[in-house]
Design a protein around this ligand. Structure first.
Ligand SMILES: Nc1ncnc2c1ncn2[C@@H]1O[C@H](COP(=O)(O)OP(=O)(O)O)[C@@H](O)[C@H]1O
Ligand SMILES: O=P(O)(O)OC[C@H]1O[C@](O)(COP(=O)(O)O)[C@@H](O)[C@@H]1O
Length: 340
C-alpha cells in the first residue's frame, strides 16, 4: 500500500542494532509468525547504547523504526527518538506496547495481557481442583507482575475460584489479628480448602534479606525479586504445623514462564493487527515519537512522554480492585490493618 521495498528485523533487542546482523522480514518470513510462540527476532535485557543504536540506524539508512516491548523498551525508544531529533535525522520512531504485565500507562491494555490472563486461569483451575480434593487443601499460584498486579487481579476475577489475591499494590502481613494466617484459618474452617493467587512483586518487603543493591538488578536495571510464592508456601506450612497443629495440604504452582510461552489468543491477535496498522499509518503520515494503543476503545498515537512518565498499576481504591475483593471475599486492605 505504501510501496515499502525493505523491512529489516533487528535481532536480540537493543544490542542487536550494533552487535548483530539484520534479518530481512519478507512477507514469506513473517507469514505464520502469529501462530508461533515467542519471538523470531529474540530478546535481551540491557544493552541500550543510544549513540551506537542511532549510528546503526543512520549507517543502514533506516527511515522508520518500530520498537516492540514493555515499559523499559518504550523508555529506550523515547531516548532513541530524542537522539534522532538532536541529530536532525528524518527517521520516525514508533513504540508498540507488548508486555503481559499490562504496566504501560494510558492505553487500555498491552499486547499479551489478555493471553496471559487466559493462561493464568488454567493454573488457578488446577490449583482449585487440587485443593478441593483433599482435606484442608490450599492451592497457591504465583503469577507474573513485578510492580503491577493486573494479571493476578484479572485472572482472579475471571476464574472466581480464588479466595485471596495478593498484589504488589496492596500490602499485607502474615501474623496476628488481621494477618493472612488468620484469614487462611478462617477460610479452611468454613470451606476446608482455598486458593491463593500471589503476584511475583507482592509482599517483597516482607521477605528477609531483600536488600536492594546494585547486585540484584538485571541488565536493564530492574530489581530482581525473591520468590514470594515459595517463601509464602513455607511460611504457611510452618505456621499451621507448628503453631496451629493443623495438617494442611498445600500445593504450590508456579506457571509464570509457561504463561509467557503460549501462542497469543484470538483477542490479542486482533489487537496486534490493529496496533501494527496504527503504527504504520502513523509513521507514514509522518508522525514520530509515539506509542500506539487503544485508549478508551479508540486506536491512538500517544507521545512517548505520556507513556514513560509513570507505570500502570492497580489502583486499590478503584472499582476493579473492589470487584476483585468481592469475588474472593478477602478483607479489604486499604487501611492500616491489611486483613482486618
Ligand atoms: N530508561 C531507559 N533508557 C534507555 N533504555 C532503557 C531504559 N529502561 C530500559 N531500557 C532498555 O529497554 C530494554 C527493555 O527493558 P526491560 O526492562 O528489560 O524490558 P521491558 O521492555 O519488557 O520492560 C532493555 O534493553 C533496557 O536496557
Ligand atoms: O525472567 P525475566 O526475563 O526477568 O522475565 C520475567 C519478567 O517478565 C515480566 O512478566 C515482564 O517484565 P518486563 O516488562 O520487564 O519484560 C515481569 O513481571 C517478570 O519479572
Amino acid at each position: 500500500m505504501y510501496g515499502v521495498t525493505g523491512v529489516l528485523g533487528i535481532e536480540g533487542g537493543y544490542k542487536g542494532f550494533y552487535a548483530r546482523n539484520t534479518i530481512p522480514l519478507t512477507p514469506k518470513v513473517v507469514n505464520d509468525i502469529h501462530k508461533r510462540v515467542g519471538t523470531i527476532l529474540g530478546t535481551s535485557r540491557g544493552g541500550h547504547d543510544t549513540s551506537k543504536i542511532v549510528d546503526s540506524i543512520q549507517d543502514r539508512g533506516i527511515n522508520q523504526v518500530y520498537i516492540i516491548g514493555g515499559d523499559g523498551t518504550q523508555k529506550g525508544a523515547s531516548v532513541i527518538f530524542e537522539e534522532i531529533r538532536r541529530r536532525g535525522l528524518k527517521v520516525a520512531v514508533v513504540g508498540i506496547p507488548k508486555t503481559i504485565d499490562n504496566d504501560i500507562p494510558v492505553i487500555d491494555k498491552s499486547f499479551g495481557f489478555d493471553t496471559a490472563v487466559e493462561e493464568a486461569q488454567r493454573a488457578i483451575s488446577a490449583a482449585h481442583v487440587e485443593s478441593e480434593s483433599i482435606e484442608n487443601g490450599i492451592g497457591l499460584v504465583k503469577l507474573m507482575g513485578r510492580h503491577s498486579g493486573f494479571i493476578a487481579m484479572y485472572a482472579t476475577l475471571a476464574s472466581r475460584d480464588v479466595d485471596c489475591c495478593l498484589i504488589p499494590e496492596s500490602p499485607f502481613y502474615l501474623e496476628g489479628p488481621g494477618g493472612l494466617f488468620e484469614y487462611i484459618g478462617k477460610r479452611l474452617n468454613e470451606n476446608a480448602h482455598m486458593v491463593i493467587v500471589v503476584a511475583e512483586g507482592a509482599g517483597q518487603e516482607l521477605l528477609s534479606g531483600n536488600t536492594c543493591t546494585m547486585d540484584n538488578i538485571d541488565a536493564s536495571g530492574n530489581k530482581q525479586l525473591q520468590d514470594v510464592g515459595f517463601w509464602i508456601s513455607q511460611k504457611i506450612k510452618d505456621h499451621f504445623s507448628e503453631k496451629q497443629k493443623l495438617t494442611i495440604n498445600l500445593k504450590y504452582i508456579d506457571p509464570t514462564y509457561m504463561i509467557c510461552a503460549v501462542p497469543s489468543n484470538a483477542s490479542d491477535n486482533v489487537y496486534c493487527t490493529l496496533l501494527a496498522h496504527s503504527a504504520i499509518h502513523g509513521a507514514m503520515a509522518r508522525y514520530t515519537g509515539f506509542t500506539v494503543g487503544s485508549v478508551n476503545g479508540k486506536h491512538s498515537c500517544i507521545p512517548f512522554q505520556r507513556i514513560t512518565e509513570r507505570q500502570n498499576k492497580v489502583v486499590i481504591t478503584d472499582r476493579m480492585w473492589a470487584r476483585c475483593l468481592s469475588s474472593t471475599n478477602q478483607p479489604s486492605n486499604q487501611v492500616k490493618k491489611p486483613f482486618d
